[in-house]
Design a protein around this ligand. Structure first.
Ligand code: HEC
Ligand code: HEC
Ligand code: HEC
Length: 142
């Protein structure tokens, strides 16, 4: 009925299987890949950890507040972390995070999302057209 010699190996197999997720999680930080971010000095609009999880919601709130309630002072955002005031615009992020590719895109590419905001909105990576005199125009007509 009982196969005694299997009992201890089977208990070991069970224990290893059962605890693997715990070990994995305990060690995940040391072998997981994390994107490297170029962070500016100073403080973000809100606490950095909060921003990492909630910046998309913040931007959505800014959009509603800045457009619908602009007339009632909706253009001003009070940080609940630092108490500082920010003028609400999606472009404000670039005043500190000067490079979208080295900051925002590092995370977004990693998780495979491409927010469509910059189909319309400005980013510092866009080359601004500027008038260089009449000769400069020739490149458009060659
Ligand atoms: C189809 C074009 C388009 C897309 C895509 C778009 N927006 Fe906008 N957004 C606008 C326009 C137009 C305004 C109004 C600008 C104004 O009145 O100053 C605006 C205003 C805003 C504002 C408030 C004003 C400001 O200067 O920032 C925020 C915040 C904003 N958008 C965030 C976003 C976010 C976040 C996304 C992506 C999830 C996004 N938008 C995608 C066109 C777009
Ligand atoms: C006044 C300068 C400033 C502005 C404006 C600013 N940031 Fe930041 N942001 C920082 C700094 C500095 C850090 C790093 C803080 C730290 O590590 O303690 C940071 C961190 C972050 C992080 C967390 C990165 C991480 O995982 O550690 C995200 C996400 C972020 N910012 C998004 C945004 C977005 C989106 C906007 C525009 C709504 C914005 N920031 C506007 C300065 C700014
Ligand atoms: C720490 C990693 C990280 C950084 C840095 C980061 N993001 Fe994100 N972003 C995310 C994650 C995660 C999501 C949410 C994906 C989801 O829920 O589908 C997201 C989503 C967004 C969305 C929402 C897209 C939508 O369609 O609703 C916007 C807008 C956005 N990020 C803007 C920014 C901007 C602007 C910056 C740079 C100033 C930035 N993010 C930097 C991780 C990051």
């Amino acid at each position: 009925m009982y196969h005694k010699r299997y009992v201890i190996p089977l208990i070991l197999v069970f224990l290893i299987g059962f605890f693997t997720p715990y070990w994995y999680n305990a060690m995940a930080g040391s072998f997981g890949y994390e994107p490297e971010l170029k962070k500016p000095a100073g403080e973000c609009v809100e606490d950095a950890k909060w921003m990492a999880s909630n910046h998309m919601l913040l931007l959505q709130q800014w959009r509603t507040q800045g457009i619908r309630n602009a007339a009632e002072g909706g253009k001003i955002y009070h940080s609940f972390t630092t108490g500082k005031e920010f003028y609400i615009t999606i472009n404000d992020c670039w005043s500190c995070h000067t490079d979208k590719k080295e900051f925002c895109d590092q995370c977004h590419d990693y998780i495979g999302i491409h927010p469509e905001c910059w189909d319309c909105h400005y980013t510092p990576d866009i080359e601004k057209p500027h008038y260089e005199g009449i000769d400069g125009l020739s490149k458009y007509f060659s």
